[in-house]
Design a protein around this ligand. Sequence first.
Ligand code: AMP
Length: 186
Amino acid sequence: MVRLVILGGPGAGKGTQASQLCEAFALLSISTGDMLRAAIAAQTDFGKQIQTQVQRGELVEDASMIDLIRDRLTQSDIPAGWLLDGYPRTAFQAEELDFLLDSLDQRLNYALFIQVPDAVLLRRSLARARNDDTPDSIQRRIDLFNEATTPLLDYYAMQRRLIRINGDQPSEKVHKEILERLGIRN
Ligand code: AMP
């Protein structure tokens, strides 16, 4: 049974790799970014509360994110295999995820880090910018990734669960490299 988190800056190709992996291994994809965007589109109370932060590229508070992921992972339809895309993003979220999984008697197998130079992240993100993306909000997401999320690499490396993947290559090659590193060949 495979349980993965996928880490990478904006434009690293997480979404593409996540959907291919989910298809290949019949995993449930859980994207916190998609969940937040859905809440904003539906204009729920939570959606209204986080809208500005998300549009600016700021991180939503850990407490809200932890509640969101706890609710999702404890829903009754959750299959044994899943992949988290966009969560955790801070060391605190990573620790809380481990506590949550312990309480559910589950374990994470690997954290995949799709490594891409900042200049490439910026170029790719500008090229695919959504309406509400501005060069400032994209740069902010990259900076926040470096500040808040890269410490997670040490956290998972210490647990011997980190797999670093070169994301600065065509997506099929990235996918192949992931499969090889997971010990699976197609
Ligand atoms: P993403 O689609 O994963 O890039 O997420 C889009 C935006 O949602 C991010 O720029 C953040 O504002 C917010 N977000 C998504 N996941 C998280 C998280 N784990 N912690 C805090 N904010 C998040």
